[in-house]
Design a protein around this ligand. Structure first.
Ligand SMILES: C[S@@+](CC[C@H](N)C(=O)[O-])C[C@H]1O[C@@H](n2cnc3c(N)ncnc32)[C@H](O)[C@@H]1O
Length: 272
């Protein structure tokens, strides 16, 4: 990990306004490691950058010479029809300067609905190893941005979708299921920390294994026609962690175990 990336991941990203959970940082870094090992190359892009919190991470993960494309309405917030975030180009530039630098940054200011995968490829001069989708959160915009991202994706690239499981943005899941109601060349391989990750099927195994190795706990489920790793990053409550222990499973039905459970019921917080 280079020094700037290390600094950004350790503390820098917490000082940039936006939405990014530590678990997402872990997953993306793990997947970038697979890209390096497998020789996946390409530019990076984000649709919906706000002040650059996640975009800067992608910037720091790209290799020299690869471009980082930022798509956002920026000054045209009257077109932000669902009020998701508020892109600000001056703040993005300031944050890039502070945490990363801005060589090889390409700004695409405007409505993502006007952008296609081919125009993104043209802007950067090639395909992408990461495309993050976090712009407009309506069903129509989500489906459009997924099409843009899939078209622009290099072999082995990853599409990162935000907010599919966020109850505040239900249309993101509607747009995604609409998009995947037709056969597609990408499929999900991991869910975690408010992100869903998609790739071409021949890379899914390597990426899933990397996510498994880099999260504290996971289960595997079927989702949108594919097998996915559902990664859990949030630390479960103490009672839940104890409940998962083998020694507790042996103890819980014994007299001391029953006594401890009765005591826990007395002192544990009640829902209203
Ligand atoms: C939730 S914020 C993005 C957060 C950001 N990814 C981060 O890391 O903190 C959503 C962003 O999408 C932009 N946006 C909303 N609708 C858009 C559209 N139709 N086209 C392009 N950008 C859009 C907003 O200006 C805002 O900056």
């Amino acid at each position: 990990m280079n020094r700037s990336l290390e600094r950004y991941v350790k503390s820098g990203y917490r000082r940039v306004e936006g939405w990014l959970l530590p678990g997402a940082v872990q997953m993306i870094i793990a997947c970038a490691g697979v890209q390096t090992a497998r020789g996946v190359k390409g530019h990076v892009a984000e649709i919906g950058v706000h002040h650059g919190k996640f975009f800067i991470l992608l910037y720091l993960l790209k290799a020299a010479g690869e471009k980082a494309v930022a798509v956002d309405l920026f000054g045209e917030q009257e077109k932000n029809i669902d009020g998701s975030g508020e892109g600000n180009l001056a703040k993005l530039n300031e944050n890039l300067q502070k945490h990363a630098g801005n060589n090889d940054v390409i700004i695409c200011a405007g409505d993502s609905a006007k952008i296609t995968g081919n125009s993104l490829i043209e802007a950067a001069g090639g395909k992408f190893r990461f495309v993050s989708i976090d712009g407009g959160h309506t069903a129509a915009i989500t489906a459009h941005d997924l099409a843009t991202a899939e078209t622009a994706l290099a072999p082995g690239g990853i599409v990162i979708l935000d907010d599919y499981f966020n109850e505040m943005w239900p249309e993101v899941s509607v747009g995604t299921t609409n998009y995947f109601s037709a056969p597609r060349g990408i499929a999900p391989f991991a869910i975690g920390a408010n992100k869903v990750l998609f790739c071409h099927s021949d890379y899914a195994h390597a990426y899933s294994e990397a996510v498994k190795l880099n999260c504290p706990a996971y289960v595997e489920r079927n989702f949108l026609g594919a097998r996915v790793v559902c990664a859990e990053f949030a630390k479960p409550a103490l009672a839940v962690r104890i409940g998962r222990q083998g020694w507790w499973k042996l103890l819980r039905e014994t007299p001391p175990g029953r006594m401890l459970r009765a005591l826990y019921k007395l002192v544990s917080p009640r829902l209203p």
